[in-house]
Design a protein around this ligand. Structure first.
Ligand SMILES: *Cc1c(COP(=O)(O)O)cnc(C)c1O
Length: 423
């Protein structure tokens, strides 16, 4: 599409947007009485208006029924997580029995590492991306130490080539091939939080398996942002949070995927709890853990109904809008953002987009590396009603999301940058 740098053009795209009605289903934070330009859904997604009603429903149930709420109503708390399985499976390209919603992201990552990081002899290393999100780095580091290894020896980081900001798929695959016999686990982000790069999960999974390794992904920046086919890509496990693109509230619950081939494997070590125990005999309260088949068998505790109620409302919106439709709009929104940045008078000297240019290698986020006074630019933006996020040492992440952002939002951001750099 040929983009134009005018308000009228941006508004015409909004008029033609089949998803435009979704914005009204969100609370948009305001600044001086007007809507902010909220470009921070990669950090904390906005609140769907339906979230409060979903929460109220469970609060009312609790008020009126007390403990009986576990077994009463349309979605009894006892099996509440099961109501999330189908929409979650559609979101990440999985079978319903391959997914479960529980806990929080880093907790789930540790649970998956307990089951899927199984060092044996020379095969004890974990391959990951350099510059992964810190929680993932700490999780991997502490897990390899837990198994008695030195993280410097046991963690292989694949880094961009000199002078480049993102990883080349061929380089990731080459390291997997080269060190294959030493690698127990390939564990990466699906989308890197800093650069916004989408990794080729299908190719990485294939190569990891060819090397005899297990393959897992942290999809914190991928779930609800890019289309996923976890089952088809043959990924072994994945984890994600729900408060970024999935709009399920601060510190919200998390999702887990375990491929069905592991569903009934009794040899996998796991840390068990009563909520993963065979549901039909759970309340016999007997010794001897019998895991439920599938991802449910990794549950530890009874479900956190309140955050899960919010997530349920959010998943309904994703189901209704459809991930393919969201992705189509997302590519346009981000394409428009890129176009406006390229229109800036002196982009090369002022800032550089480090996110890949190919739409298939990125989600909605563009990461702007600001060469001079980046922090000042960021603070000026924030002081003028633009909500974005800053990552040390000099990156502003801009994430227009297709559910509630408009082309006009993106246009206004472009206008502001243009004015800033003309000063
Ligand atoms: C946001 C994010 C986290 C945060 O972890 P929590 O356990 O939810 O606090 C972890 N890893 C990645 C890749 C993230 O993007």
């Amino acid at each position: 599409m040929a983009f134009q740098n005018t308000l009228a053009f941006a508004q015409s795209l909004d008029q033609a947007d089949p998803l435009r009605s979704y914005r009204d289903q969100f609370h948009i934070p305001t600044f001086n009485g007007k809507d902010t330009v909220y470009l921070c859904g990669n950090s904390l997604g906005l609140q769907p208006k339906a979230a409060r009603a979903a929460l109220e429903e469970e609060m009312t149930k609790w008020a009126e029924l007390g403990v009986e709420g576990h077994f009463t109503g349309d979605t009894p708390w006892f099996t509440y997580h099961a109501a999330l399985a189908e929409p979650t499976a559609r979101l990440v390209g999985a079978l319903p029995q391959e997914v479960v919603v529980m806990n929080q992201l880093t907790v789930n990552l540790h649970l998956m590492l307990v089951s899927f990081y199984l060092p044996q002899g020379q095969r004890y290393k974990i391959l990951t991306e350099a510059g992964a999100f810190p929680s993932d780095q700490y999780a991997l580091e502490s897990q390899v130490k837990f198994h008695g290894f030195n993280p410097d020896a046991a963690i292989i980081e694949v880094a961009p080539r000199a002078g480049e900001h993102t990883l080349r798929t061929e380089d990731i695959l080459a390291v997997i091939r080269e060190k294959g016999s030493e690698i127990a686990l390939v564990m990466m982000g699906g989308v890197n939080y800093y650069t916004g790069q989408v990794f080729d999960m299908a190719a990485i999974s294939r190569e990891a398996h060819a090397a005899g390794a297990i393959c897992g992904f942290d999809l914190a920046h991928a779930a609800g942002n890019v289309p996923l086919q976890l089952h088809g890509w043959n990924v072994d496990f994945a984890v994600w949070c729900t408060y970024k693109y999935l709009n399920s509230g601060p510190g919200g619950t998390s999702g887990v995927f375990v491929h069905e081939r592991h569903a009934k494997n009794p040899d996998l070590p796991r840390f068990a709890g009563w909520w993963g125990h065979d549901q039909s005999v759970r309340f016999q309260m007997k010794k001897g853990f019998i895991p439920m088949p599938g991802a449910e068998g990794w549950q530890l505790s009874n479900s956190q109904i309140l955050p899960m109620a919010v997530h349920k409302a959010s998943l309904q919106m994703f189901d209704q809008a459809g991930m393919q439709n969201l992705r189509a709009k997302s590519e346009q929104l981000t394409g428009y953002l890129e176009f406006l940045i390229n229109e800036l008078a002196q982009p090369k000297e002022a800032l550089e987009v480090i996110t890949p240019k190919e739409p298939s290698a990125r989600g909605c986020q563009l990461s702007l590396l600001v060469h001079q006074n980046g922090r000042e630019l960021f603070e000026t933006l924030m002081a003028n009603g633009f909500i974005l996020d800053w990552r040390e040492p000099n990156v502003i992440r801009v994430a227009p999301t297709p559910l509630y952002n408009t082309f006009e939002d993106v246009f206004r951001f472009g206008q502001f940058l243009a004015a800033h750099f003309q000063k």
